[in-house]
Ligand binder design. Structure first.
Ligand code: OGA
Ligand code: NI
Length: 253
């Protein structure tokens, strides 16, 4: 990470979306992105990121293994078979992202990463000792302390849909400071891009009726890149959009 982010900007930009020339284009999730300008309107983000799929192959695979184990436990906690989510995520289009937050002269005017819920399924974050990650709960922001040797794990919107809203994604953000560079490594477990995301049958009941329509991770990823929301309503807005698309399609003979 240190070597990459200390390169000249023009060098870093060479890592931008290269892969997509050959492959189908899915927004801008891969490659280098400096978000010193970007989609956050109120406070501009103060960070650079590098996301890629299979570059740090072994590291990705180790994280993948951890996330599969967690998926087994989450399945059990819902009364499903241990293999249920493991099977669902056995093949996946997960993303590894390096977040690099340089020190900022005016940290109160910015945020490293603005408030958001992760659109992905499960996030396993390794943050360094600097601190800056915050989670919104009980109407206020709480700092998530760095614990040596520990990952921060959170649920994303796609897993919320897979569990029909039983597990909830959480609103979080990252603040920056005047003195120290902060780094974090995020592994985002994601389904295969085109695999339908539909809740487990046992989780849709009379008391907990179906909350979200079927969708693909590819569609949600694209939606979140076009419509950033600094609140917890992404999945609701996206669901509405999917339903509108479906009824539009029905109107066209
Ligand atoms: C993210 C994120 C927080 C952090 O990359 O989605 O929330 O602490 N990062 O870097
Ligand atoms: Ni996040």
């Amino acid at each position: 990470m240190d070597r990459f982010f200390s390169l000249q900007l023009s060098e870093k930009q060479k890592a931008k979306r290269k892969k997509q020339k050959a492959k189908r284009k899915v927004g801008e999730s891969y490659g280098y992105a400096s978000s010193f300008v970007g989609r956050f309107s109120s406070k501009l983000p103060w960070k650079e990121t590098l996301s890629f799929r299979r570059l740090y192959q072994e590291y990705c695979e180790a994280r993948n293994k951890v996330s599969q184990e967690i998926m087994g436990l989450l399945g059990i906690s819902l009364g499903l078979d241990q293999a249920y989510f493991k099977d669902f995520f056995e093949q996946n289009d997960s993303i590894l992202r390096l977040n690099h937050y340089p020190p900022c002269q005016k940290p109160e005017l910015t945020l490293g990463t603005g408030p958001h819920t992760d659109p992905t399924s499960l996030t396993i974050l390794h943050q360094d000792q600097v601190g800056g990650l915050q989670v919104f709960a009980d109407e206020k922001w709480h700092s998530v302390a760095h614990i040596p040797g520990a990952f921060v794990v959170n649920i994303g919107d796609t897993f919320m849909a897979l569990t029909n809203g039983i597990y909830k994604s959480c609103l979080h953000r990252a603040v920056v400071n005047t003195e120290t560079v902060r780094k974090s490594l995020a592994f985002f477990l994601c389904p295969k891009l085109e695999r339908p995301v539909t809740p487990a049958a046992g989780l849709v009941t009379a008391e907990n009726p179906r909350k979200y329509p079927d969708f693909t991770w590819a569609a949600l990823l694209k939606f979140t890149q076009n419509h950033y929301r600094a609140d917890m309503k992404t999945l609701v807005a996206f669901s509405k959009w999917v339903q509108e698309q479906e009824s539009n399609n029905k109107l066209i003979p």
